[in-house]
Design a protein around this ligand. Structure first.
Ligand code: NAG
Ligand code: NAG
Length: 268
C-alpha cells in the first residue's frame, strides 16, 4: 500500500467515524409516535417464536395495550438510548404500577417482570425526557396511560363499526379511515403475517412537541407498502383480521372440567 492509498483510507475512516459519532450524539427529534398494539397478534408472534411461550393479556377483554411513546426524527428511525446511564427504576412508577400492568402489559409472559418497561424507558423515554411533561419515568409512563385513555383504539375503531371478530376480514382503508376521521390526523397502521394470514398489530398516532395530535406523515418505516398513499406495512389487497383477545383458559377450570367429565363417566 502506498502512502496516498493509506492517507485516503485513513481520511475515509475518520470522516466515517465522525459521522457515526454525530449520529450517536444527535438526539434531536420532531414527533412522538404513540403506539398501541393488539395483544392477540403480539401473542401469536411470541408463541410463533417458541411454542412453549405463553402470553399475559391486558386486564380488560378485547382491549388494546400500550407499546410505547417513541420520539422520532422525520425521515429516520430514532433517536434512541439518549442516556445509557439513566436506568429504569421500578420505585418511580410504583404509584401507577397496577394501571401499567393492566394496559401497558408485557404480553411476552416469562420475560423478566420489568423488562418491557425498562426497554421502553431506556430506548425511548430517555430521549423523550427533554420535554418537561415527559422529564421523568413517572411522567413518561403516566403520559402513556393518559394518551391511552384519550385515544383508546377500541373506542376509535368501534365508532366506525370495526370490532374484534375471529372470522371477519377488514379492509385496510376502512381501518385507516376510522382513525383518520375520528382524530383528524394521519395514523400509521401496522400488520403482521402469521400462517399466511394478515393480522392487525399496531396503530400509531403522532404528537408534536406541544403534545398535540399531528399527522404521522414523514415518519420512517423499516417496511413500507408503497402501493397505497397511506403509512402502512399492510398488504392492501388482503383482508385484515382483528380477532378477539383470548385469555388463556384458567387452569383451575380445566381441572374441574376434567373431574366433572370423569365423574360423569363413573356414574353413568
Ligand atoms: C443521564 O442520566 C443520569 C441519571 O439520571 C444523570 O445524572 C445524567 O446527568 C444524565 N446525563 C445526561 C448527559 O443527561
Ligand atoms: C396545542 O396544545 C396547547 C397546549 O396543550 C393548546 O393550548 C393548544 O390549543 C393546542 N393547539 C391546537 C392547534 O390544538
Amino acid at each position: 500500500m502506498n502512502k496516498i492509498d493509506f492517507a485516503v483510507i485513513l481520511l475515509f475512516y475518520c470522516v466515517n467515524k465522525a459521522h457515526l459519532q454525530e449520529l450517536e450524539n444527535n438526539h434531536d427529534w420532531d414527533v412522538l409516535i404513540f403506539t398501541q398494539q393488539w395483544p392477540e397478534t403480539v401473542c401469536k408472534e411470541w408463541v410463533h417464536h417458541n411454542p412453549s411461550h405463553t402470553c399475559k393479556m391486558p386486564k380488560k377483554d378485547d382491549s388494546w395495550s400500550i407499546h410505547g411513546i417513541w420520539p422520532t426524527k422525520l425521515g429516520t428511525l430514532g433517536p434512541s438510548f439518549c442516556n445509557r446511564t439513566w436506568f429504569f427504576d421500578p420505585e418511580e412508577i410504583r404509584p401507577i404500577e397496577t394501571d401499567l400492568i393492566n394496559v401497558w402489559t408485557n404480553i411476552e409472559e416469562g420475560t423478566e417482570i420489568y423488562s418491557f418497561w425498562a426497554h421502553e424507558w431506556t430506548k425511548h423515554g430517555t430521549c423523550a425526557a427533554v420535554l418537561e411533561p415527559l422529564s421523568s419515568q413517572f411522567k413518561y409512563f403516566s403520559k402513556g396511560l393518559n394518551f391511552f385513555q384519550q385515544y383508546d383504539m377500541s373506542v376509535v375503531l368501534a365508532q366506525a363499526g370495526i370490532v374484534p371478530d375471529n372470522d371477519k376480514e377488514y379492509k385496510l382503508i376502512d381501518i385507516y379511515n376510522a382513525v383518520k376521521n375520528k382524530l383528524k390526523v394521519n395514523p400509521s397502521i401496522q400488520c403482521r403475517i402469521e400462517d399466511g394470514r394478515t393480522f392487525l398489530v399496531e396503530i400509531r398516532i403522532c404528537f408534536d412537541k406541544k403534545l398535540n395530535l399531528t399527522s404521522c406523515d414523514g415518519i420512517k418505516h423499516r417496511k413500507l407498502n408503497r402501493q397505497v398513499p397511506i403509512i402502512t406495512n399492510c398488504d392492501s389487497t388482503s383482508g385484515i383480521l382483528y380477532p378477539h383477545n383470548e385469555k388463556p383458559p384458567n387452569k383451575l377450570y380445566v381441572e374441574l372440567y376434567k373431574l366433572v367429565t370423569w365423574l360423569q363417566w363413573f356414574t353413568l
